[in-house]
Design a protein around this ligand. Structure first.
Ligand SMILES: *[C@@H]1O[C@H](CO)[C@@H](O)[C@H](O)[C@H]1NC(C)=O
Ligand SMILES: *[C@@H]1O[C@H](CO)[C@@H](O)[C@H](O)[C@H]1NC(C)=O
Ligand SMILES: *[C@@H]1O[C@H](CO)[C@@H](O)[C@H](O)[C@H]1NC(C)=O
Ligand SMILES: *[C@@H]1O[C@H](CO)[C@@H](O)[C@H](O)[C@H]1NC(C)=O
Ligand SMILES: CC(=O)N[C@H]1CO[C@H](CO)[C@@H](O)[C@@H]1O
Length: 518
């Protein structure tokens, strides 16, 4: 009997899924180094139980270039050292920052892509991020009006001269797409989602360049009517979303203020210098938020690349008028190579420890030399894990990925700024792919519950392993280890409270170890 290649392929995938159990990854290799896991309306791999075994045992979850995806292992904690030369020692009395959460962004494009699937596949996708079987996302960044990941340019107040915002209206993108999806995500989530709002551009009529794109700032001066209207716009946004039972944990002072200072910037931006942001927060936005019906909403400054730190923080946070309205500093990961984490994040934390640092945007496939979607790229999973570990080890309390879902072309994006995403949808086949970066996020987001506190880790010898350790509120310990090298590494972990754990990090792998301490 002759069967076609594609039938044989389908049979093979079906058998592989069957033999590995109903919650296993249906792996597909697109030739970019590793595999993606394919999900549809009836099947998607899941991590299974993340309940820890009793005291005296540990669990491990491994993902690797070779194809493991949150592969579960379990073992015994030993009383004596295993004698391995490389030892990672947990230092529970060295306490650092507490975790706020992890997540991604509900852009117009993410919403369009999710809603392009059948309702059951949409649910499947939302469950992957937000349900108790998912990877524990608790943060969702919501663009205020359009950004590059939109199919048209708009704000909520495009009628010129509307200084009182009497005509402020949410867009169909909000009411028909993002809000219903956020409500569904909230319904699936075991805890209240922490929504984070960022605006890209003010209405054109409030701006020096009379356009949403390009180089332009607010007209006038902080304290003036344009700056007051722009502050009021933020409050109106919070009020409109509250009517849909969606309240915001935080808002930023605006996405990438440095972009709007660049000539001919190609998509929506609003330029602010640090000094103008300081005065706008102190004179307009801070007081408006404080006297609004949402005074508990946190305010994060910067929302731009870390290379602007510590300068930006020094200008805004040293000012008593602005500083008292601010809770934290949002950072993006682009151009990270230009400034070491210690100089940017570390210095900012040491100067202003009362303000937290929060990762507000990151994505793979954004640079000219490595552009767009690469299905199955392990290198990009390593980029995520490397940056998250580096951020966590420099006082960052949470990390937000960019678009929750994109199409196979990395869009839609009206200015063709196509990038990669943790979930790529294929509308024509009503399924989606979970990229290696999805699992990279999971190694952190699933295990580092809100309130987990980072603790010290020391190494017995020089190693290229990257790691970060946490104690959760129930006393359990979570240790995350990234090995970007090409060979397996044997090591032991010593937690003085419980004993020794013998482990190994396979070549090019990410490992989460967890154990109870009482
Ligand atoms: C979904 O995928 C699973 C595993 O590949 C397969 O057995 C099932 O038939 C698929 N369901 C649909 C509706 O395509
Ligand atoms: C508000 O919109 C209405 C209808 O489009 C228009 O007539 C009115 O002038 C607008 N008001 C302002 C202040 O722009
Ligand atoms: C509003 O959302 C909260 C969770 O954030 C939920 O407990 C409550 O039932 C919701 N209320 C309505 C009317 O949907
Ligand atoms: C910006 O755009 C204008 C008009 O299209 C053009 O004349 C100018 O050269 C551009 N400037 C830069 C720096 O690209
Ligand atoms: C980053 C890195 O390469 N870490 C380790 C991974 O495992 C190999 C083999 O054991 C080690 O040599 C590396 O140092």
């Amino acid at each position: 009997m002759a069967i076609s290649l594609s039938t044989a392929f389908t049979l093979f995938i079906g058998l592989a899924a069957l033999s590995k159990g109903s919650d296993e990854c249906v792996a597909r290799d697109f030739g970019h180094g590793s595999v993606v896991c394919e999900c549809n309306s009836t099947h998607c791999d899941s991590i299974g139980s993340d309940t820890l075994p009793p005291l005296g045992q540990f669990v491990s979850f491994t993902s690797s270039k070779a194809g493991r995806r949150l592969h579960r292992g379990q073992g015994w904690v030993q009383k004596g050292s295993t004698g391995l030369a490389l030892r990672l020692t947990i230092i529970p009395y060295q306490k650092y920052q507490r975790i706020r959460g992890f997540g991604g962004a509900m852009t117009d494009s993410a919403a369009i892509n999710i809603l392009s699937l059948s309702p059951r596949t949409q649910d499947q996708l939302l469950r992957q991020y937000f349900s108790t079987q998912g990877i524990g996302y608790s943060v969702v960044r919501v663009p205020m009006a359009s950004c590059d990941f939109s199919t048209r340019l708009y704000t909520y107040a495009d009628s010129a001269g509307d200084y009182d915002l009497g005509n402020f209206t949410l867009a169909p993108e909000d009411t028909k797409m993002k809000i219903p999806l956020l409500q569904r995500a909230q319904a699936l989530s075991p805890r209240p989602l922490s929504l984070l709002a960022s605006a890209w551009s003010a209405p054109a009529w409030l701006k020096t360049n009379d356009a949403l794109t390009g180089k332009g700032c607010l007209k006038g001066k902080p304290g003036g009517k344009e700056h007051k209207t722009w502050a009021k716009y933020y409050i109106r946004f919070l009020e409109e979303y509250a009517k849909h039972n969606l309240s915001f944990w935080a808002m930023t002072t605006g996405n990438e203020p440095s972009a709007g200072l660049l000539s001919n910037y190609s998509f929506q931006a609003l330029g602010f210098t640090a000094e103008e942001q300081r005065d706008w927060v102190g004179l307009d936005l801070g007081p408006a938020l404080h006297t609004s019906s949402h005074p508990q909403t946190h305010l994060l400054i910067l929302d731009d690349n870390r290379l602007l730190l510590p300068h930006w923080a020094k200008v805004v946070l040293s000012d008593v008028h602005a500083g008292r309205y601010v809770h934290g500093v949002g950072v993006h990961w682009y151009l990270n190579n230009l400034v070491p984490a210690e100089i940017s994040l570390g210095t900012t934390h040491h100067l202003y420890p009362e303000y937290y640092l929060f990762g507000t945007e990151a994505c793979a496939g954004w640079s000219a030399t490595d552009r767009g979607v690469k299905l199955g790229s392990w290198e990009r999973a390593e980029q995520y894990a490397h940056n998250i570990i580096e951020d966590l080890n420099h006082y960052v309390v949470g990390w937000t990925d960019w678009n929750l879902a994109l199409d196979q072309g990395g869009g839609p994006n009206w200015v063709k700024n196509f990038v990669d995403s943790t979930i790529i949808v294929d509308q024509s086949r009503d399924h989606f792919y979970k990229q290696p970066t999805f699992y990279s996020m999971a190694h952190f987001s699933k295990f580092l519950w809100e309130g987990s506190q980072r603790v010290g880790v020391s190494f017995s010898q020089k190693t290229k392993l990257e790691s970060s350790a946490f104690v959760r509120h129930d006393g359990s310990v979570v240790l995350i280890i990234l090995n970007r090298s090409l060979s397996e590494v044997q090591f032991e972990v010593w937690d003085p409270v419980v004993g020794f754990i013998s482990s190994s990090a396979p070549a090019q792998s990410l490992l989460t170890l967890a154990w109870n301490t009482h």
